[in-house]
Design a protein around this ligand. Structure first.
Ligand code: AGP
Length: 607
């Protein structure tokens, strides 16, 4: 979603800002802009579309030493140059870039207009520079603090004053900001990846904190005016700049990274002899685990699908009631929070506003919530305090692939711990631990020989509608497969539990409609075969993802994609792989921008 980068120091700001914007492109955006201190004023350029277009437009721009820049993902107002950030006050002397949403912007806009202010955009953000201008009497910090007393909502923002080119003001409330401290130069970004090429010494601003950033350092205070400290840490080498390593796209690279990323999610956690696992970050001993009487997984999109799989595994192996909930719904339905329930907030980015909102609701009602997160130091990780890092490494492609399988892996490890305190004997626990341990190798084995994906992609790319079906553990996999195909190839499709097909979606089937059956060998296999025959009777084409050696399904299907054999709770780690490849290849056939699909954002920091 939107990205912020700011620079102040002895070097030319412009190329550093443009580089920072490039790094954040993966987050998803539709326009970009930059504001620099220049002569006695500000120099501003914006463009709709890619950062490359802005980069061309600013060639020959001023060599000055402070500036702010932004990639915008439209929320309030269309994708236009006027709506792109930075936004300026009426005198063009105060520039603001902002992530988040000013919820009372309509009211503020009307009030400003009544005072004679002319606003130039349709955005919620634009009220900020005008409000700051209104309260500016020579002290930038005082003006920003006063303006923010009027604004309600979420913000990560950077402000550049023409009168004070030697400082950048940053404020955070619900939208992440990281400050990078270099040698005589400082940076600010909404994403650590954008600062890492310049410095690894960083500090994360906390909610309701304001920082005055200069080339020599940073001074932090709270919005209430109290002193605050920025904890400086050295950023993890995981954030090293993303490299395609010979792959054509990040999505493909990340799909093929899964044997390693799943291994990382398991490393140091499985106890093969004890038939158990250890997740230090949960900080729960067996007695605490035994106290968990229900588990609720919260997440959005792909993370919600991982949560569904995790909840099914917990019910199957630990016999603890478990369910997954869509975080955006959970938050607003006045949920019942019980003392003996454990909530897991699952998020790749750790910055998803809906998931953070759901966590907030659990915390307000006195519940226990922990994070299952990929991005180290992200907001979910920090506000939960306890949890599990999934360690998939930075995921650059907008569509989640390796983070999904790492989330599932981490949830299965949690499941083993829970299950071992009640339902699983030593030998059963050993069998689960050794099954999980074998999964990276099985994933590698499948990816080496992925089956007729090209043919499947050809059929899918030609289709106007695609149906994904699966039962039990394969239903969330079907949902995830359909989500990937929508995200990457923009093909209308949906996923149903196979048994539901005849209750409606069967009407959509015509000659050659591709139907993707996720049907590994499990307790539901016979039923899956009946569903498969029902589909074929309507002339649809069946692409079956099944366990290798299952000749009956292989022969029935129009196209057979075998995956290695495993226990049903682990099967999503394998059956999801052909669906990721299918989305990727279908997207390529249709000429889509597979790493940066339209309208999507990598971390969705607004509700
Ligand atoms: C995944 O491909 C999607 N881009 C999206 O559904 C994503 O999973 C969702 O927005 C949640 O993101 P998070 O895991 O970072 O919280």
């Amino acid at each position: 979603m939107c990205g912020i980068i700011a620079y102040i120091g002895p070097n030319s700001a412009l190329p550093r800002l443009v580089d920072g914007l490039r790094v954040m492109e993966y987050r998803g955006y539709d326009s970009a802009g930059v504001a620099l201190q220049h002569d006695d004023g500000l120099w501003v350029r914006k463009d709709v579309g890619r950062v490359a277009a802005l980069a061309e437009r600013v060639v020959g721009g001023p060599t000055t030493h402070s500036g702010i820049a932004h990639t915008r993902w439209a929320t309030h107002g269309e994708v236009t140059e006027a709506n792109a950030h930075p936004h300026l006050d009426g005198d063009l002397r105060i520039a603001v870039v902002h992530n988040g949403i000013i919820e009372n912007s309509t009211h503020l806009r009307t009030a400003l207009e009544a005072e004679g202010v002319t606003l130039r955009s349709q955005t919620d953000t634009e009220v900020l520079p005008h409000l700051i201008r209104k309260y500016y009497k020579g002290d930038p910090v005082a003006a920003v603090l006063e303006a923010l007393k009027q604004a309600r909502g979420t913000y990560g923002m950077a402000v550049l004053f023409a009168d004070h080119p030697d400082q950048i003001i940053a404020v955070r409330n619900g939208s992440p900001l990281v400050i990078g401290l270099g040698d005589g130069e400082s940076l600010l970004a909404s994403d650590p990846q954008a600062v890492v090429s310049m410095t690894r010494r960083v500090g994360y601003l906390q909610d309701r904190e304001l920082a005055v950033i200069t080339a020599d350092g940073v001074v932090v205070q709270t919005l209430a005016g109290n002193d605050a400290t920025l904890n400086i840490e050295t950023i993890d080498s995981d954030y090293a700049l993303a490299d395609l390593e010979g792959f054509e796209h990040f999505m493909l690279k990340e799909i093929y990274e899964q044997p390693r990323s799943i291994r990382r999610a398991l490393r140091g956690r499985l106890q093969l002899e004890e038939g158990n696992a250890k997740l230090g970050g949960l900080n729960m001993d067996p007695r605490d685990l035994l106290g968990v009487q229900r588990l609720i997984n919260l997440g959005c999109g792909t993370s919600y699908h991982a949560g569904m799989i995790g909840a099914m595994a917990v019910e199957a192996l630990a016999r603890v009631p478990a369910r997954a909930e869509i975080a955006s719904e959970f938050r607003y339905r006045h949920p019942i929070i019980q003392r003996d329930a454990l909530f897991l907030a699952i998020s790749q980015s750790g910055e998803t506003a809906d998931t953070l909102g759901a966590m907030g609701e659990v915390i307000t009602k006195g519940g226990t919530v922990m994070g299952v997160v990929n991005v180290v130091g992200s907001t979910v990780a920090r506000i939960s305090g306890r949890g599990v890092y999934v360690h998939s490494g930075p995921e650059i492609a907008v569509a989640s692939t390796k983070a999904f399988t790492s989330q599932i892996t981490a949830l299965l490890v949690c499941t083993l711990m829970l299950a071992r305190t009640r339902n699983l004997s030593l030998s059963e626990g050993q069998a689960v631990a050794s099954e999980l341990d074998s999964m990276p190798e099985k994933v590698r084995e499948y990816l080496e020989n992925p089956g007729p994906i090209d043919q499947a992609a050809q059929w899918v790319a030609e289709a106007s509608y695609v149906l994904f079906l699966g039962r039990g553990f394969s239903y969330p996999v079907a949902l995830e497969g359909a989500l990937k195909l929508k995200e990457i190839a923009y093909i209308p499709c949906e996923a149903y539990p196979s048994g539901e097909m005849k209750h409606g979606p069967i009407a959509m089937l015509q000659k050659n409609t591709p139907v993707i059956f996720v049907a590994p060998r499990d307790g539901q296999r016979e039923k899956a075969i009946s569903n498969l025959r029902e589909v074929q009777a309507r002339g649809a084409r069946v692409i079956a993802i099944h366990t290798e050696g299952d000749t009956e399904i292989a022969e029935l299907a129009d196209l057979s994609i075998p995956v290695p054999s495993c226990q049903s709770y682990a099967s999503p780690l394998l059956t999801t792989l052909p669906l990721q490849l299918l989305a990727y290849k279908s997207g390529l056939l249709l000429g889509r921008d597979v790493d940066k699909p339209r309208n999507l954002a990598k971390s969705v920091t607004v509700e």
